[in-house]
Design a protein around this ligand. Structure first.
Ligand SMILES: CC(C)(COP(=O)(O)OP(=O)(O)OC[C@H]1O[C@@H](n2cnc3c(N)ncnc32)[C@H](O)[C@@H]1OP(=O)(O)O)[C@@H](O)C(=O)NCCC(=O)NCCS
Length: 266
């Protein structure tokens, strides 16, 4: 009988972070963790760097999910909703997850209670009025008095909050981006302020600013239904998981679980 999954609980959402630029030797070890469809997709990338990032992203996803499910990474069955959101085949409600990658960094949110969405972006100067195209009137108004670095930081706060919400919601970009408002101001907590047609949404959804390296912005969104939840950062454990690919004898989930994930923040 398959052992039960490693529980996370209703008060915590795990967020994993790893680097997408492993050595060529690591890529060779990670590639076999992918399933057939993912290997085909990896083969379609024109640039080797994009191929590597995809392999390291999907392999990391499988390693982490395998950790909770206590099954080998390559045996994890993934399926997709109509908007392309990946979920576990046949057991979606058992473990919710969402992956985001930008530049050479991946972040993955995992919960055994709440649908989640995550977005991380490398902060780059903007060449056009992206906010005017994508953000709601209220969000544009909050950005209007800002300029320079303050504007850029606020823009990416807003972008990752919106994107994380869209990804958690599951409807992808079929959810009009001006049909909901998120908080933008640095002084206000991250929050869904309003969602058209759903007055309870601000109470049911939670947004969390993620700890990222300098030059990145990241948000987690989750349908927490009013429960108090903290984010638990798990980046150090991913390295142990990667090492376990090379040294299967170390692949002991219990040992990793007790290995102490670092820093908890709300
Ligand atoms: C695909 C999309 C879900 C995220 O795209 P993105 O920000 O470019 O990419 P991220 O790195 O954050 O996320 C990609 C991952 O999300 C997951 N994903 C794909 N479709 C998804 C969906 N509909 N919902 C949730 N997650 C999805 C996949 O795991 C994917 O990883 P993969 O490359 O290994 O398949 C979609 O929202 C999109 O195309 N956005 C475009 C950007 C935009 O216009 N944003 C406006 C924000 S204001």
């Amino acid at each position: 009988m398959r052992p039960s999954l490693i529980r996370i609980g209703p008060n915590v959402i795990d967020v994993w972070r790893w680097n997408l630029d492993p050595s060529p030797c690591d890529i060779d070890r990670l590639f076999p963790l992918l399933n057939g469809e993912e290997r085909t997709r990896a083969g379609r990338f024109v640039y080797p760097e994009h191929r590597q990032h995809f392999i390291a992203g999907r392999a990391g996803l499988r390693l982490v999910l395998g950790h909770y499910l206590r099954i080998p990474p390559h045996r994890i069955g993934l399926t997709y909703n109509v908007f392309g959101k990946p979920r576990l085949a046949g057991a979606a409600e058992m473990l919710h997850f969402n992956l985001s990658h930008t530049a050479d960094m991946a972040m993955l949110a995992v919960s055994d209670h709440y649908p989640v969405g995550i977005d991380v972006e490398a902060i780059k100067p903007l060449k056009e009025d992206v906010a005017g195209h994508f953000f709601s009137r209220r969000e544009c108004a909050a950005l209007a008095p800002l300029s320079g670095e303050d504007y850029l930081q606020a823009f990416y706060r807003c972008w990752t909050r919106k994107e994380a919400f869209v990804k958690a919601h599951g409807a992808g970009l079929s959810l009009p981006l001006d049909s909901f408002d998120v908080s933008v101001d640095a002084a206000s907590p991250p929050r869904l302020e309003a969602l058209e047609g759903d007055s309870d949404a601000p109470l049911n959804w939670s947004l969390f600013d993620l700890v990222t390296p300098p030059g990145f912005a990241g948000t987690l969104a989750a349908l927490t239904l009013g429960n108090a939840v903290q984010v638990r950062e798990c980046d150090e454990e991913v390295l142990a998981l990667k090492a376990s690919v090379a040294h299967p004898a170390h692949n002991d989930p219990q040992r990793r679980q007790n290995g102490g994930s670092r820093a908890i923040r709300a």
